[in-house]
Design a protein around this ligand. Structure first.
Ligand SMILES: Nc1ncnc2c1ncn2[C@@H]1O[C@H](COP(=O)(O)OP(=O)(O)O)[C@@H](O)[C@H]1O
Ligand SMILES: [Mg+2]
Length: 263
């Protein structure tokens, strides 16, 4: 890795982006404060996060790196309300989401966060457009859905076009390559116009060339749609493309640059 690859830590180089309406560029939208998380397996306690602090700013691409098993996925799940920390706060626009009731958490998760996982998590019996539409269906009654469905389908088609899958709308996941499946997952993540898209090793299952296509897509969506991305990755190539890189070390977050990514 040469010197040009170094991304200065702590400085979000965010320019010419248009975040969600009503949100200032560079505003802290999501913040983890003194997060501790423990998994209990039998009699063993695994203290994964030990006072993790992180700020996510609107319009940025933030990479979270760290060795395998350091708690990257755990942190991402906590940020996206897929799990609740043992202690600490997850603040969204300054409001502590850990204090909310389950229904409110589900609503915020569905409306404000998009998710992209390593293994896509698409439903095999649904077409690409139906998979992309799914987040719009969640929590909607059948009457409301019949009124909304046409618009949701149009948006899903538009998103599939944006991720480079025009003409593949009616294909099922088994008829798509790994990279194409991940593109469907990205379209699905964007369906509800989320504030933040959380990606957990989005290229972990893809070859180098296909991975590059996914990185480029993330950059393009960030640039053209102002989407904020938090990307967990142990791949230096992907981290290098972020505006900012942090690393999990001993359960805490430290600023990092790509030269730290030796493993
Ligand atoms: N549901 C769980 N129950 C028990 N241990 C878990 C669970 N999820 C993760 N772990 C453990 O917590 C640690 C951190 O996991 P994870 O967040 O998945 O790390 P990473 O994504 O950085 O590889 C690992 O040691 C893992 O085995
Ligand atoms: Mg992981």
């Amino acid at each position: 890795m040469n010197d040009e690859s170094v991304v200065p830590s702590g400085t979000a180089q965010v320019v010419e982006r248009e975040p969600r309406q009503g949100v200032m560029k560079n505003e802290v939208i999501l913040k983890a404060v003194d997060i501790h998380h423990v998994y209990v397996v039998g009699r063993e306690e695994l203290h994964v996060l030990r006072g993790a602090n992180l700020e996510v700013r609107s319009g940025e691409i933030l990479a979270i790196t760290g060795a395998s098993g350091t708690g990257k996925s755990t942190l991402l799940h906590l940020l996206g309300l897929l799990d609740t920390p043992k202690s600490g706060q997850i603040l969204f626009h300054g409001k502590d989401l850990c204090q909310l009731r389950d229904e409110e958490r589900s609503l915020i998760r569905n409306r404000q966060f998009g998710f992209v996982f390593q293994f896509y998590h698409l439903l095999p019996e649904l077409t690409a457009v139906e998979n992309a539409m799914l987040p719009a269906m969640i929590g909607v009654g059948s009457g409301e859905w019949s009124a909304k469905k046409g618009r949701a389908r149009d948006r899903a088609r538009d998103l599939l076009r944006r991720v480079g899958l025009s003409g593949r709308e009616s294909h099922r996941p088994s008829q798509l390559s790994g990279g194409e499946r991940q593109r469907v997952a990205v379209a699905r993540a964007l369906m509800n116009e989320p504030s933040v898209v959380l990606c957990d090793e989005p290229t972990g299952n893809l070859d180098a060339r296909t991975s590059r296509g996914i990185y480029e897509l993330i950059e393009e969506l960030n640039r053209t749609m102002g989407v904020t991305f938090v990307v967990v990755t142990h791949e230096a190539d992907l981290a290098r493309r972020a505006n900012r890189i942090v690393r999990i070390v001993d359960g805490a977050i430290v600023d990092a640059n790509v030269q730290d990514m030796s493993e």
